[in-house]
Design a protein. Structure first.
Length: 252
């Protein structure tokens, strides 16, 4: 088992990639604090994985609530004595809004969830975990954080920010035992697209212009396997990278 006796804190764990990551980490021996707004789904996840080598601990939390999510991470440290692995997975889409159509409200909401929350959790985690010998941060970015038009302006900016945050933390804290890496998934079959209610038709037409070049959509479990690699000692010499997982979509 690659994560035996490790403690992991995973946001957005009630569905999609977060759910798959929590499940795999528990199977590999970790105690996983699974965080999401929908507690009932987390409790179902914990029950489904009751026989895993590790365990899943459900915790209701909203990453857009800075005091609340910070308190939740601190409570994990208080309860378990450490948090070896921080996985910033929770994220939302932006209705494919181009800059000319993006409202202040939409911009602020997307940046809050996708970028500010990972920063706040990273800051809290660093100030608790460094004295315990460091650990691993795995941020879920996107190929939208590497290229200019895979989504709207807010999502694109937020994921570029996640990439920059990851690289900054990786180098700044490398000598203190911290490794920070990001995953840039391509199209993955998750629930995130269900949050798109009133998309910009212009934004969709531009963002989807290269969709026919995508070899295939990924599965959440495939991203979880990448997260396990980055969270385990298999990647002990890997720090500050953005690992693209998109079946070659961006290789064209």
């Amino acid at each position: 088992m690659k994560l035996q006796n490790k403690v992991a804190f995973v946001t957005g764990a009630s569905s999609g990639m977060g759910r798959a990551i929590a499940t795999l980490f528990a199977a590999e021996g970790a105690t996983v604090i699974a965080v999401a707004r929908r507690l009932e789904r987390l409790e179902q996840l914990a029950a489904e994985n009751a026989s895993a080598a590790g365990k899943i601990v459900p915790r209701a939390g909203d990453v857009s609530d800075e005091p609340g999510i910070t308190a939740l991470l601190n409570s994990a440290f208080d309860e378990f004595g450490k948090v070896d692995i921080l996985v910033n997975n929770a994220g939302i889409m932006d209705e494919m809004m181009p800059a000319g159509e993006c409202s202040d409200e939409l911009w602020a909401r997307v940046l809050q969830v996708n970028l500010t929350a990972p920063f706040v959790l990273t800051r809290t985690w660093l100030n608790r975990q460094i004295d315990l010998g460091g650990g691993k941060i795995v941020n879920i970015a996107s190929i939208g954080g590497l290229f200019g038009s895979r989504a709207g302006a807010a999502y694109t900016a937020s994921k570029h920010g996640v990439v920059g945050l990851t690289k900054n933390v990786a180098f700044m804290y490398a000598e203190k035992g911290v490794r920070a890496n990001a995953i840039a998934p391509g199209g993955v079959d998750t629930e995130i697209a269900s949050g798109i209610k009133n998309p910009s038709q212009f934004g969709v037409s531009r963002a989807m212009a290269g969709l026919n070049l995508n070899p295939r959509s990924g599965k959440a479990e495939e991203i979880a396997n990448v997260a396990l690699f980055l969270a385990s000692d298999d990647s002990s010499f890997v720090n500050g990278i953005v690992l693209t997982a998109d079946s070659g979509w961006s290789a064209y």
